[in-house]
Design a protein around this ligand. Sequence first.
Ligand code: SAM
Length: 270
Amino acid sequence: METGQIRHSWTDPDAYETFMGRWSEQLARPFLSFADIAPGGRVLDVACGTGVLTKALAETGAQVIGIDASEGYLAGARRHRSHPNIAYEQGDIRRMRFDDDAFDAAVCTLVLDLLPPPEIERVVAEMRRVTRPGGVVAAAVHAFFAGMPAFDLVLNTAAVLDTGLAALRATRAGRRHLWANAHAELWRKTGLGNVVEIPMAVDCTYPSFADYWASVTGSPGSITAPLMATSEEVRGAIEKHVRAGYLAGLPDGPRSFPMMFRMVRGVVPA
Ligand SMILES: C[S@@+](CC[C@H](N)C(=O)[O-])C[C@H]1O[C@@H](n2cnc3c(N)ncnc32)[C@H](O)[C@@H]1O
């Protein structure tokens, strides 16, 4: 995603649920226990998407504002994850309308990893600005290098057969600002204290190869468009080899892939 642009593929909330929402559901509670936000506060969920984390926060008793650019995702959030403690609103997380110190905490899952580095810094600075002294600023990001085996199976196969997908693999893996402890460094650079970063994993269990392949080919993620742009012949070969990797010589059925995240938290100095 280039600076100044918001990826246009974030529109269909149901496609997001199949692709990632069902896994970010599993991340939400461990992430909140790591973030360790004092109960009953006012919390901002930055780029709330379909409201996975927003709803989990509301269920802990927090008063939550969920902000996102995508009207489609916000509509899905209001439909499936409404709660009396939640207000969903449309906005750009790079320039938020909120006053300084307006929240007791600001949180963000699976968003910073989509942005180019200058925008990540801008968003984290915004999260710090709107959080009161003593409040928590916390995030979780994907571990793009070797931390997403379900998608690495596709990319490592496709990279052998298509130069565009080989270049995408290099771009994703080479994002040093997402490597271990890079977020902790950014949190410190932003002036946050008591910074902690840890890895975390959830199980992504697909019921069958068909479900897995459909979530890859119909997703808003960065692999789908270049994969679908390959010729039928190349895509057919990629699917054949990925299927063999998924099945691993066993009958079709459920397979669990771990998905790794980096979680970081810090406190706004008093
Ligand atoms: C991968 S989704 C994560 C959604 C949610 N936080 C979760 O964990 O399931 C990324 C979200 O970031 C939002 N987004 C990307 N850039 C944005 C921006 N500049 N302002 C507001 N939202 C943005 C997208 O609309 C999308 O909902």
